[in-house]
Design a protein around this ligand. Structure first.
Ligand SMILES: Cc1cc2nc3c(=O)[nH]c(=O)nc-3n(C[C@H](O)[C@H](O)[C@H](O)COP(=O)(O)OP(=O)(O)OC[C@H]3O[C@@H](n4cnc5c(N)ncnc54)[C@H](O)[C@@H]3O)c2cc1C
Length: 386
């Protein structure tokens, strides 16, 4: 990515997101006016490949874009980058006739694709989902309840994980246009953090779509491959939030006097900020390394190399998500104490930043799940240890 492009994202953040904590923390209507402005600048869905008319930024470059956007608001960033998950699933597993119009529409309209996987009884254990599809002639008919899904109300296309009503071992990802009869938004969640995004509970009742809307291969494997991208970018949000906390801390400390000197000259404060900066650096490096690895695999898959479905969950993506959740939480915790009593009020943004930071560890698999996946995939099979 050119430095000029990143500067445009930084300028957008400063102009459209900064100083709007209350607005984004208030569950703004979706799509937000800021999302429309990002699209107006030609920056929405920046990752859509050039062959579909997009800017074609890599996932590694997206780490910096997301860090900039989440510096302004992590919820806005989450809603803006999450279509990359569905986009990758469509591009690499869907027919060209299905993928092309959907990806071109993201560029033309700045819209969203939502992914509906998790359910009330099957959040991380997707193998237990109860949403089904049945075949009726040349159509697939889907029914079920999806507990959490982000961007669904404003998305043009929903990618739904469902299991065959005829064969419980057959999982599919099916593309369902948002305006398909039977798609019902049950409610918008009143989230603790990332409230600038819209996350919904959704019911699907006899939603009929062409059979060709099924993506190729096992639905569980398709989702697993795509989650590498979104987990890395969720992790990148921790970088942006932590950078904001650091800058707020420096601003506060410059004006706060302790024992006759500004807090910035205090050794304890210096230690905290030195630690924060180091964590930011390591978080960013891990996100970039994981993203570069996934970029490499995407490029190989696009030119007919190793099928993405065989890639599974990358160790580096799990590490990015797990480490950034933990390190980000350490930064947020330091921040929540640093501003004294003011930091425990709604007059200061740190409370929102702490709530926003928490999502990094929770969404798309909590820490227990990340550790379990690393253990099961990379520790137990001796051949995968390095
Ligand atoms: C803001 C937000 C946005 C979301 N957006 C989407 C979306 O767009 N699409 C979508 O499909 N989903 C979405 N989700 C769902 C998200 O991915 C959930 O975090 C996930 O589904 C968690 O499932 P769960 O609530 O059943 O909890 P679980 O992950 O099942 O966790 C419940 C408990 O079980 C424990 N546990 C689970 N697995 C293990 C394990 N292997 N080892 C040890 N302990 C374990 C956990 O530690 C925890 O204590 C979203 C959620 C949120 C909060």
């Amino acid at each position: 990515m050119t430095a000029e492009l990143l500067k445009r994202v930084r300028d957008f953040t400063a102009r459209e997101l900064a100083g709007k904590d209350e607005h984004f923390d208030g569950l703004p209507e979706q799509p937000t006016v800021e999302a429309a402005r990002l699209h107006g600048l030609g920056l929405a869905n920046w990752w859509v490949p050039r062959q579909y008319g997009g800017l074609g930024l890599s996932l590694e470059e997206s780490v910096d874009v997301v860090s900039e956007l989440s510096y302004g608001d992590a919820g806005f960033a989450f809603g803006a980058f999450l279509p990359v998950l569905g986009g990758i699933m469509l591009q690499h597993f869907g027919d060209e006739a299905l993928a092309r119009p959907a990806l071109e529409a993201l560029v033309a309209g700045g819209g969203r694709i939502a992914v509906l996987g998790s359910e009330e009884e099957a959040g991380s254990e997707l193998v237990r989902i109860a949403t089904t599809f049945r075949t009726e002639g040349d159509r697939l008919v889907l029914s079920g309840d999806k507990y959490f899904s982000t961007n669904t109300d404003s998305a043009g296309l929903l990618l739904v994980l469902a299991r065959s009503a005829e064969d419980a071992a057959d999982f599919a990802v099916v593309a369902v246009p948002r305006d398909t009869p039977g798609v019902e938004i049950v409610k918008r969640w009143d989230l603790l953090g990332v409230r600038g995004a819209g996350t919904y509970r959704v019911r699907l009742e006899d939603c009929a779509v062409p059979a060709a809307n099924r993506l190729g291969g096992s639905g569980l494997r398709i989702l697993e491959a795509g989650l590498n991208a979104s987990r890395i970018l969720i992790a990148a949000c921790a970088v942006g939030i932590a950078r904001r906390i650091r800058d707020l801390a420096m601003e506060y400390a410059a004006g706060k006097r302790l024992r006759g000197a500004p807090l910035t000259e205090n050794a304890v404060f210096a230690g905290k900020l030195g630690q924060t900066e180091t964590l930011i650096d390591v978080m960013r490096n891990q996100c970039r390394a994981a993203a570069a690895e996934f970029d490499h695999l995407l490029a190989a898959a696009a030119s007919g190399g190793t099928g993405l479905h065989r890639v599974g969950t990358l160790r580096s993506a799990l590490a990015a998500k797990l480490f950034c959740g933990q390190a980000g939480w350490e930064v947020a915790s330091t921040g929540s104490e640093l501003f004294g009593g003011l930091g425990y009020t709604r007059d200061h943004p740190i409370g929102k930043l702490v709530r926003d930071m928490r999502y990094v560890a929770v969404v798309e698999g909590g820490e227990d799940i990340m550790r379990d996946l690393v253990y099961a995939r990379y520790v137990v099979p001796a051949r995968k240890r390095r």
